[in-house]
Design a protein around this ligand. Structure first.
Ligand code: CUA
Length: 322
């Protein structure tokens, strides 16, 4: 049973959220430091256990001279003072070097992304390209991207374990951070600072793409929302614009401009809903619109009162916001 538990714990530590499965230079340096500490601690543990066994064995066979002949004061000074000072100094030095290597020169980044944490989702703004999205950050592969992190309410923490360490998002302050992914992929990020009832449901995705795909994504996001093409979607747009949706959400190109909740201009292009909690599909979207409080109790979105026909029209509209 113990073996089974150990294996399941080991497996649980692997995969998409593991700091020991780094996919970017910052996470690699952090993982290198971790492994160095791990193997150093392992060597010391084995050494201490070896000495302990040796002492036990020796006491049995040579009880009369135990403790006298092996080292004595020299062992105490060497093993108790000199060795710890050397080991801790090396670890301290390596930690400082790693910390230093984790700061990136702002001049080497060409892309800036502003991330504002709030209960319980992430506003993602591309200031140079002038658009806003939510809960999904796209970056080009192989390039450091500068992040400006802040909070709209309480302290949150930005953490993508496979790409970098953690950084706080503080109200009234902007923390400069950076991300770089060396391989295309979708990396899961979480809020790593307790921030209230739905802290555990405050996730996001980092999508690292080759340069051409990233450029295409940027161009698409900069566009205004697609005008509804068919009648059902047109009806849905009317329902959207006259319901409570517009008091919190924006859809660029329409009269909906509120910034209280996530921008929905390209909602259908995002992979998740409700800050990483639900896959973005029709059933989840319908459930989220009708009763978000059962999915994420305490969040700011109220339930929406709609008839079945109205809901179908609204879904048709939202689903074509690609
Ligand atoms: Cu935001 Cu925890």
């Amino acid at each position: 049973m113990v073996a089974g538990l150990t294996i399941s714990l080991l497996v649980a530590g692997c995969g998409e959220m593991s700091t020991l499965d780094p996919r970017g230079p910052a996470a690699e340096r952090i993982a290198d430091l971790w492994w160095f500490m791990f193997w150093t601690a392992t060597a010391i543990f084995v050494g201490v256990m070896g000495l302990l066994l040796w002492a036990l064995f020796r006491r049995r066979s040579e009880q009369t001279t135990a403790g006298r002949s092996f080292g004595g004061l020299g062992l105490i000074v060497g093993g108790g003072i000199v060795l710890p000072v050397i080991v801790l100094s090396v670890l301290f030095g390596l930690t400082l070097m790693t910390l230093r290597s984790l700061t990136v020169d702002a001049r080497s980044t060409t892309l800036t992304v502003e991330v504002a944490g709030q209960q319980w989702w992430w506003e993602v703004r591309y200031p140079d390209q002038q658009f806003v999205t939510a809960n999904q950050i796209h970056i080009p592969v192989g390039q450091p991207v500068r992040l400006l992190l802040t909070s709209r309410d309480v302290v949150h923490n930005f953490w993508v374990p496979q790409l970098h360490g953690k950084m706080d998002l503080l109200p009234g302050q902007t923390n400069v951070f950076w991300l770089q992914a060396d391989e295309p992929g979708v990396y899961r990020g979480v809020c790593a600072e307790y921030c209230g009832l739905q802290h555990a449901k405050m996730e996001f995705l980092v999508v690292a793409e080759p340069a051409d795909e990233f450029a295409a994504w940027l161009a698409r996001q900069q566009e205004h929302a697609a005008a509804p093409a068919d009648r059902l979607a047109q009806e849905g747009q009317q329902i959207f614009l006259r319901s409570g949706c517009v008091s919190c959400h924006a859809v660029r190109g329409t009269n909906a401009t509120s910034t209280v909740g996530p921008d929905l201009t390209h909602l259908a292009s995002r992979r998740t809903l409700a800050a990483g909690v639900l896959d973005n599909n029709r059933g989840n979207l319908a459930g989220w619109i009708m009763n978000p409080q059962t999915i994420k109790p305490g969040n700011k979105m109220p339930p929406t009162q709609l008839t079945a026909e109205e809901l179908l029209a609204l879904l048709a509209y939202l689903e074509q916001l690609k």
